[in-house]
Ligand binder design. Sequence first.
Ligand SMILES: O=c1ccn([C@@H]2O[C@H](COP(=O)(O)O)[C@@H](O)[C@H]2O)c(=O)[nH]1
Length: 272
Amino acid sequence: MTGFGDRYRASVDARGRLCAGIDPHTELLEAWGLSVDADGLGRFADICIEALGPAAAVIKPQVAFFEAFGSAGFAVLERVITGCREAGALVLADAKRGDIGSTMAAYAQSWLGESSPLVSDAVTVSPYLGFGSLAPAVDAARAGGRGVFVLARTSNPEGAQVQLADADGRTVGQRIVDDAAAVNADGSATVGVVVGATRAHGLDLSALRGPILSPGLGAQGATAADLPEVFADADSSWLLPASSRGVLRAGPDVAAVRAAFEQARDEIESAL
Ligand SMILES: O=c1ccn([C@@H]2O[C@H](COP(=O)(O)O)[C@@H](O)[C@H]2O)c(=O)[nH]1
């Protein structure tokens, strides 16, 4: 079984370091001239699949925007996951799941189980119930050559309240990074972390040996030029900046979305 790290490296080496977010905000549906219902969502999704599926190394559908349309929204999400994977992208489901271990096992089956209609290459998880509670997802990911991305130092300002709190001489965020590094000691890079690009994070990422998803580019104000300083201590080959609205605002034309993605990716590759 090829580990997630190998699959991740192959994809990023071929397509570059930008994770394309698919976030069907109501404002974007309207700006694209689409109805704010499951039909509009489906059309939005199809444009994104065509524009981004063959171009991006990693595509991150934001589950919340599909969930908002109930079962019809989940059907569209399944189409996004399948379509993007068939086009050669890795799909990172941004579901931010986290619960007690037994329920976490059900989440792991939903997002990382081979037989699930929602099976993705990786899923975002929240460690608020303790890093150990994520074990079913970590185990499922490792067994299937998939990944989990754990929230460590998020891009929103409110995150500091919890993530910078002291945890036995380290910040909570640093403990999450260190726990992730311990899993990755096997060389599989099964566990990535989420660290926003929007401000100095104060983390030591040097021992992680896994992917660093970094949202915040574009709509949240971070730029490609900020990345070298924000991630000065990290191995930039593992850095995966992410942008959703910053790319999607170029739509609804497929070629325009593709061009916006390629421009953002090229700016990142030049900066890093
Ligand atoms: O710390 C975090 C973790 C996740 N996100 C998610 O990324 C995208 C950002 O969208 P933009 O339009 O590029 O701002 C969105 O899905 C967030 O839920 C994040 O922003 N920060």
